[in-house]
Design a binder for this molecule. Structure first.
Ligand code: ATP
Ligand code: MG
Length: 227
């Protein structure tokens, strides 16, 4: 049984540098289950770097990243890959859909990668198509969609394998204001309904204003930030 709002992710004294350039220094952070956390900071401050460390896409130079008591540092690359495949959903600024797959195929890809096919796959894909208002786009290819539609496909793909954490790096950075609003609303609503933890890096105060908590990276440190 899950503890209500227990700690899901913990960063302990995490540091990361690229050569001489210290991007993050001694970061301590606890993220609760089902929390929606926004990370802000100017361009180059280290938002993407932080998100990659949290998701095990990159490893810190020092310190530990711990998910439900399990340290990512202690895992082999293979174990980390399995952890990402099972437990994480990613949403990127530029959608990153597979151009040769239809909307429906793009969405259920993570299930296929986890070796799952059949009725359950079809059911979950259809449910997300409806939830993200993509029913009538199911058989199109990504280049036949608007930016907002492509990002909604990417959100469905990030959720289809029921991950416990979704990481979104400037998910609305490439969309106009009105579309961005709607996309973010759908992303946060879908995560809230599933009690999926959501971390969003953003430049947008409006995006951050929907979060439970806002943090800002400044001079390689994390500070509490107002949206
Ligand atoms: N693989 C890498 N090799 C060398 N330097 C890197 C690498 N990745 C990031 N950096 C540097 O680390 C710093 C932080 O980058 P990061 O991408 O985390 O910033 P960001 O806050 O996400 O910026 P933006 O808002 O522009 O996306 C930048 O100065 C960047 O140039
Ligand atoms: Mg970035």
């Amino acid at each position: 049984m899950r503890q209500p709002n227990g700690i899901q992710i913990e960063l302990e004294r995490v540091s990361k540098a690229y050569g001489e350039h210290v991007v993050l220094e001694g970061i301590d952070l606890q993220i609760a289950e089902a929390e929606f956390l926004a990370v802000m900071g100017r361009s180059g401050s280290g938002k993407s770097t932080l998100l990659k460390l949290v998701g095990g896409l990159d490893m810190p130079d020092a310190g530990a990243v711990v998910h439900r008591g399990l340290s990512l540092n202690g895992m082999t690359e293979r174990e980390r890959a399995r952890f990402r495949r099972n437990s994480l959903g990613f949403v990127f600024q530029f959608f990153n859909l597979i151009p040769t797959l239809t909307v429906r195929e793009n969405i259920y890809l993570p299930l296929e990668l986890n070796g799952k096919t059949g009725v359950e796959t079809t059911r979950r894909t259809s449910e997300l198509l409806a939830e993200l208002e993509l029913d009538d786009r199911a058989h199109r290819f990504p280049d036949e969609l608007s930016g907002g539609e492509q990002q909604r496909v990417a959100i469905a793909r990030a959720l289809v394998h029921e991950p416990e954490l979704v990481i979104a790096d400037e998910p609305t950075g490439n969309l106009d204001l009105e579309t961005a609003r709607r996309v973010l609303e759908l992303l946060s609503l879908s995560c809230r309904q599933r009690r999926t933890t959501l971390i969003v890096a953003t430049h947008s105060r409006e995006v951050a204003s929907g979060a439970d908590r806002v943090l800002r990276i400044r001079r390689a440190r994390l500070e509490a930030g107002a949206p």
